[in-house]
Write a protein that binds this ligand. Sequence first.
Ligand SMILES: [Zn+2]
Length: 463
Amino acid sequence: MTMQAWMAEGPRWPSRTLRAAVAAIPMLLVACDGVGDGRSASPSPDAPSAPLEPPAPVENRARALVETSLRLDLAAQRGEAVVSIAASQQPGVSFDVGALEIHSVTSALGTLRFRQQDGQLDIGLPSSDGPLDIVIDYRFAAQDDFNGWMPEPGVSFLWPDFCGNLFPCRDEPAAGQRYRLTVSGVPEGNTAVYPQRIPAAAPAYMPAVALGDYRVLSLGTTRDGTEVKLWHLPGEAEHAVDGTQYLAQSMDFFEQTYGPYAFGDVVGSVSVRWGPGRFGGMEHHPFWHVASEAMGSPEIHAHEAAHGWFGNGVRMACWEDFALSEGTASYLAARALDQQGIDLWPEYECRLQRVCTDERVNTVARPSDCNAIRLRDHPLWSDVPYMKGAQFLRQVAERVGANAVDDALARFYRERFGTEARMQDLVDHLRAAFPSESLGIEALAQGWLYQRACPSVPDRVCR
Ligand SMILES: [Zn+2]
């Protein structure tokens, strides 16, 4: 019997770890060939004695996911996820699977056992000393409430924790992995805009697909060689071109100021039909989405681009660190547009004024704890982390200089890229970068991030 034959017979499941199974194989060869020392081969303690059952499903959310290759058939609503699972001394692996209908889970070892309950998929995967690939075949349901694949507008929306309605994932913001994407079942006359590859670790809300009758324009190439594009829908060319006129320069500013961009060498804004009254964007790098109604807003385009550095490049450790993503992206957008003669601060001050004076909106920007809240229905999902976070950085810049803050943010990005960080990590980093202003920076953090009342309210006449 050869190893191939052993594999071809179907899985004889190792009782302990893969390492133990592989170690047992030479002994099985000896026993089958009838050669050896003349005595009958008796099974060693490590050898599988009979065809064993595949291991039972075990919960293991700590086992990292390295890369997911997704094939999505949008017409059939079928998906195949090939997931590279990290080595682990603990067996099992778990995913968030929302409303997915799981058909099968297989690996090179054969069919794997799984159980699905309360939106979680637990798989009976042995422990291993190296990465293991598994294949999950499944069906995903159509959604209509910004919680998965929405066929009617032709757009996916996974923020904040709906990834499990489209593919097996880990929905916490700190969990990063690489992605590959293939999309089929695209209706006649439509283009599917999606990245074939996300080459650096990204949170699970980042991969996205948009369908539409897209026209694509090149907006220019940065000095680092990143091509910046615009995908717009019919009838919106004028305001889309108008809104993106600063985007290539903004990308160039981010790259030159904060560090290299990591999610591809072609990027851009994709107009999506979120529907009336939904203004904004979503940081689906490298092809971030911007609501059709917001395509004329230079701020939204710059803000979504900035998430390539904060939110995606450096991920949030906890949902409570929303300000690390949104406050910093808002601040970076203001910095990039300021270089091009656009002052976002009057508008930001009005937004901050609203946050500070509306009792129904105002909250602490960085609540204590980690992942104790569910952001999708928590009051923190508001303008508070955006505007208080940006104001905190602006007031640090008033003390030490905006260029010095840029340098400190660049070092933070370099040090924390590809990992998660807390807002307090950034505060500590700034205090260490400016020792003579450390106490002042701590006071600003207390005022803008950790207490509800605003330390000051912008004195400005706002609409
Ligand atoms: Zn944002």
